[in-house]
Design a protein. Structure first.
Length: 108
């Protein structure tokens, strides 16, 4: 039952730290490689670099909540939500995967 998960390439769940500039401050974010790949894909879909996307997400979640607590977990959830939208789109359930701007309009 779990072979598809148990036989996952270990490189995908190996953690990697990256330095990112957020609001003019350099910080380190540690995520598994699969999440870095997903963030890179999401950024490319929105004509941004990964660092630009991360800075934008941090800015927006901080504006929405007043602060960005547990930001690495927020990025992981963002990746899962993005992959879920892509899966739904590939099944024809939601049309197509849209840019972050288009999705923001749907969220209101």
């Amino acid at each position: 039952m779990c072979k598809i998960y148990a036989q996952t390439d270990p490189i995908l769940y190996e953690c990697r730290a990256r330095s990112v500039r957020i609001s003019g401050v350099i910080t380190t974010i540690r995520l598994e490689n699969l999440f870095w790949q997903t963030l890179s894909e999401l950024a490319a879909d929105n004509d941004m670099t990964t660092n630009q996307l991360i800075a934008k997400l941090h800015e927006e979640v901080s504006l929405h909540l007043g602060e960005a607590t547990n930001f690495a977990s927020f990025l992981r959830v963002t990746c899962l939500r993005y992959q879920g939208l892509k899966a739904s789109a590939s099944l024809g359930l939601r049309g197509h995967v849209a840019s972050v701007t288009a999705l923001d309009k749907l969220a209101g």
